[in-house]
Design a protein around this ligand. Structure first.
Ligand SMILES: Cc1cc2nc3c(=O)[nH]c(=O)nc-3n(C[C@H](O)[C@H](O)[C@H](O)COP(=O)(O)O)c2cc1C
Length: 155
C-alpha cells in the first residue's frame, strides 16, 4: 500500500511530530504543504491530511489543496493537534473530503503545546495553554500508533 501524508505545522511543529509517527509506521512520503505548490496523488492508496488548529480552524491552505484534488474513492484520514486536543476541529475537513468522494478511514486529535501570550490576551487561552504543556507527549504518540494501526486494518 502506497501512502502519503500531507501536513501543515507552522507554529511549534506539534503536528509534524504526529505526522512523523504515522509516516514511520506507513513507511511513506511526508509532504509539508508550506514547502510545495503542487502534489500528485494519483499513485497513492492512502492519504493522511493533518494540521494544527489556528483560530478554530485547521489550516486554510490544507482546505485549499483538498478543494482541487481528485479524491474520488481515495482512502484518507485526518489528524490535528490543538490546544484542547479535540476531534471536533477535524469535522469540517472530513465533511469536505466526503463531499469529494473520499473514504474517510479515521480521525485523530491530540493536544499540542501553545503559549497564549504569543497570540492572544483572551484569559481562557492562558488556562488552556497550561493544560497543553508538554504535548504531544509519549501517551499521545502511543495513541497515534494505535490509531494508524486501526486505519491500516480498516483498508
Ligand atoms: C494563532 C494561533 C491560534 C490558535 N487557535 C487555537 C484554537 O482556536 N483552538 C485550540 O484548541 N488551539 C489553538 N491554538 C493552539 C494550536 O492549535 C496548537 O499549539 C497546535 O498544536 C499547533 O500546531 P503546529 O505546532 O503543528 O502548528 C492556536 C495557536 C496559534 C498559534
Amino acid at each position: 500500500m502506497k501512502s502519503l501524508i500531507i501536513y501543515h505545522s507552522t507554529y511549534k511543529k506539534n503536528t509534524e511530530r504526529i505526522a512523523k509517527i504515522f509516516a514511520k509506521r506507513l513507511d511513506c512520503d511526508l509532504v509539508d504543504i508550506s514547502k510545495v505548490s503542487n502534489i500528485d496523488i494519483d499513485h497513492y492508496d492512502l492519504i493522511g491530511f493533518g494540521s494544527g488548529v489556528y483560530k478554530e480552524s485547521m489550516s486554510k491552505s490544507l482546505y485549499r489543496l483538498v478543494e482541487v484534488l481528485d479524491l474520488k474513492d481515495k482512502n484518507v484520514f485526518v489528524f490535528s493537534t490543538s490546544g484542547v486536543g479535540m476531534k471536533f476541529y477535524n469535522k469540517p475537513l472530513i465533511r469536505l473530503l466526503k463531499s469529494k468522494g473520499a473514504r474517510v478511514r479515521g480521525s485523530f486529535a491530540c493536544k499540542g503545546y501553545f503559549k497564549a501570550s504569543e497570540f492572544t490576551n483572551i484569559k481562557i487561552f492562558y488556562i488552556l495553554g497550561r493544560f497543553s504543556q508538554g504535548h504531544p507527549n509519549q501517551k499521545d504518540f502511543q495513541e497515534a500508533e494505535k490509531f494508524i494501526q486501526a486505519v491500516i486494518n480498516s483498508i
